[in-house]
Design a protein around this ligand. Sequence first.
Ligand code: SF4
Length: 272
Amino acid sequence: MIKASQERATAIAWTDQTWNPVSGCSKVSEGCRFCYAETLSLRFGHSKAAWTALNAPMNVRIKPDKLRDPIRIKAPSRIFVNSMSDLFQPEVPSEFIVQVLDVMRATPRHAYQVLTKRPERLAEFSDLYPPNCWLGVSIESDRHVDRADYLREIRLPAVRFISAEPLLGPLPSLRLDGLDWVIVGGESGAHIGKHPERHMDHAWARDLRDRCVVAGIPFFFKQSSAVRTEVGIHLQEADGTFWHWREFPDAWHSNPFRGFDAVRGPEVYPAP
Ligand code: SF4
């Protein structure tokens, strides 16, 4: 939901606002299995059928009337693009993707966080991303680390990032070179109690955190596996202590449009 004020309009801790010029999607890999967007969409009647590839022509909706929403937000904001969908699925026309990128270019005060599990198509628009576009891929398991390779091909986005959420296993094969930000989180949802095999081990998150620290890459620990979103927001160390570890990329701290808002608070500290 877009709010014109600076007030945060989403529970997702690594963004300020969500913007959904597309809704509906189809599942591509194991990380999608309990997709929260599908659950909400079916519950509220926005989709009539499960988010399979076969049903995608019926479920995916293009929303030109939403295109101007970010223009109404005056305060520089981090905006998560398509929190309820994936901009790069086949049902979204290329012309519409270009229109979405044009809105980003016209509002340089914002940082647009684009996250996909379809990096092949993300890379097709390589020359068109405006400098305030942060490009990310979701990686839930080691078999999908090649998604990050497509990010490295793209010329000069402000931020290349990984969202390892829901993290379903360790990521020993993930190369961090060329990346600017790593987000990690466990799966959330009512199903989680019945699926212990999908619980995130904090040791997997610590391994990524440790490698980010060595590489000088900001690391954001979002949450543990839990029934509700944004629960268990602290990273547990091997000695049992918990830490708040929520760093953002320099591109946000140095955003020239933020002015006096850009006071940088502590991002890493022992959990209170
Ligand atoms: S790509 Fe994202 S929005 Fe689409 S089904 Fe998978 S988890 Fe859901």
